[in-house]
Design a protein around this ligand. Sequence first.
Ligand code: ADP
Length: 268
Amino acid sequence: MFPPGPIQPGTQVRLCDHDPDFCGGYRKGDREARRQRAEDLQAMCDLQERLYAEGKQSLLIILQGLDTAGKDGTIRHVLRGLDVQGCAVTSFKVPTAEELAHDFLWRVHPHVPAAGQIAVFNRSHYEDVLVVRVHGLAPESVWRRRYDQINAFEELLAASGTRILKFFLHISQEEQKRRLEKRLATPAKQWKISAHDLPERRLWDDYLAAYEEALSRCSTAVAPWYVIPANHKWYRNLAVAHVIARTLREMDPQWPPPQVDLSQVVIE
Ligand code: ADP
């Protein structure tokens, strides 16, 4: 459906029910889709300025997806109009020894957005119930507790004035194959190929199962998950931009009142 709706809390998510080719009834290049996207990107810019000036609320955007799902592309296309002073992107990689010596949220917390700011996570604390689960990097008794711990963490952020949006960029296995082949054949993309991409592909079903549980258990009223059909990049960008713009409209940040009596101000 366009506009995309959140996963309702308590829903058992089955990704096979979500078509990664879905385009919301639009076709590529549709005038209406282009108009919608332009309107949403403009709204994001305008509302970000107000969010920054207001300095009371913040927005955290989490992007997750299998390799080549388009996390980097979404950041480039959807967020390019934002003022960099009010926006930070953090990419979460394999944890360092120091990070591993702490609880799994330790490395995440410093990057959540301050009041007035938008923060984007390229991967996130969800890796600790995804790659960690699929590769058995921690015992099940440890990662299983993390769903509740994540929900508690996100609730704390929400109670502190942070709106949270979580996007799962959903591509098909065939589309991933096409994208990996294109990477291999494109010099400007070859640097993105990592040794683990191909073995990871064989774990597709395990990843989908891990995602299904994360989406089912951690889509909450204060931190909803959205499954974004992502086989078509233009639709992915349209859908993500729309949800972000809609959320900023709901947050309705206000210009702060002037700090001085304007009637007394004389500019000489
Ligand atoms: P990306 O694929 O995001 O563009 P990389 O190729 O550097 O960037 O991949 C980052 C890697 O870090 C991914 O394989 C991801 O699974 C891994 N990673 C992220 N968080 C964790 C974590 N908590 N534990 C183990 N691996 C992690």
